[in-house]
Design a protein around this ligand. Structure first.
Ligand SMILES: NC(=O)c1ccc[n+]([C@@H]2O[C@H](COP(=O)([O-])OP(=O)(O)OC[C@H]3O[C@@H](n4cnc5c(N)ncnc54)[C@H](OP(=O)(O)O)[C@@H]3O)[C@@H](O)[C@H]2O)c1
Length: 295
């Protein structure tokens, strides 16, 4: 079996690479900025390049884990740019995957929900509040319409030790380690999800040939400020330098659902296991951080 990870240089893509390696599934990876470390350079907005890349690798599985720098706020500021990546890019990859008979695994988000009726099951009606959520929902629908051979994994608050990533853990590290403080919302609920665990669960779902939408998130619910303080502590930094603030004072430009918590009953039923708890996720994260700090 061969896999292609589109966005293989990202946080989720990098974790997938390791998880596939452990599962002995050969994987080719793409990155946006330059062909290096064995990765293929690919811009998903370029339909011809996507087709050529998929033809070249001829994968059985395509993981689509691309994201735009600047994240949710940038999508709000530049909706056309967001649509080109998340909507049109998804269409290009889905069509190319379907044409070569590959199964598509797509990473979506809790932001397809508005946060007023949590916790959300997979079949609950989405109602995104921001452009990022609308673009990801449009992408989900394109996939649904174009190929039955798909797995859509909705996740949230993904964290991991990865120096090229801007995930919350890395932001906490950069700001606090250089002596600064960080303002983090104290009213946005989340269920922190360790990137490595998300990747391992993704591979287990694929190995069981699961199709459709599945929520894959960590077990414990908390506000983002609490998550940031715990991450600071795990990296030996002063958690008091995390300043909890209401979303309205956080400087975030796109509206956020305050409680878009996802149910994980389906995942637990499919795999016969509960989601990873935050303490264990933190222990694993700390080992990654220590290994890199020592190196
Ligand atoms: N992180 C979270 O908390 C979270 C939560 C919910 C859902 N998700 C979803 O999970 C997926 C992965 O997120 P992530 O956090 O791993 O993202 P990330 O770390 O920002 O990585 C993004 C990846 O996309 C690539 N990329 C950027 N623009 C591209 C383009 N035009 N064409 C092709 N590739 C492009 C990047 O390549 P370069 O490295 O070369 O720039 C990188 O490999 C996304 O679809 C996101 O919506 C993430």
């Amino acid at each position: 079996m061969t896999a292609l990870i589109v966005g293989g240089s990202g946080l989720v893509g990098g974790a997938l690479r390791h998880a596939l390696e452990r599962a002995r599934i050969a994987a080719a990876i793409t990155r946006f900025r330059g062909e290096r470390d064995g990765a293929i350079e690919l811009d998903v907005r370029d339909e011809g390049s996507v087709r050529a890349c998929v033809r070249r690798v001829h994968p059985d599985l395509v993981f689509l884990a691309v994201n735009n720098p600047g994240g949710v706020d940038r999508c709000e500021d530049r909706p056309d740019e967001a649509d080109a990546l998340h909507v049109q890019g998804t269409r290009h990859v889905t069509e190319a995957a379907a044409d070569c008979g590959a199964t598509l695994v797509f990473y979506s988000t809790d932001y397809v929900f508005d946060g007023t009726a949590a916790p959300y099951a997979e079949e609950d009606r989405p109602r995104p509040l921001n452009h990022y959520g609308r673009a990801k929902l449009a992408a989900e629908r394109i996939i649904h319409d174009l190929t039955p051979a798909h797995l859509i994994i909705r996740t949230t608050a993904v964290f991991g030790w990865d120096r090229s990533s801007r995930n919350l853990a890395m932001q906490v590290w950069e700001r606090l380690q250089s002596g600064g403080t960080m303002r983090v919302p104290n009213d946005q609920q989340c269920t922190p999800t360790l990137a490595d665990d998300l990747a391992e669960v993704s591979v287990r779902l694929v190995e069981r040939n699961v199709r459709g939408v599945v929520h894959v998130v960590g077990r414990d619910r908390m506000v983002r400020a609490q998550m940031a303080k715990a991450l600071a502590q795990a990296m030996g930094l002063d958690p008091d330098r995390i300043i909890p603030v209401p979303t309205a004072e956080s400087g975030q430009r796109a509206p956020r659902p305050l409680e878009a918590v996802l149910r994980t009953d389906k995942m637990a039923r499919l795999l016969g296991e509960e989601p990873l708890d935050f303490d264990e996720a933190l222990r694993r994260f700390r080992r990654q951080w220590l290994a890199d700090a020592r190196a």
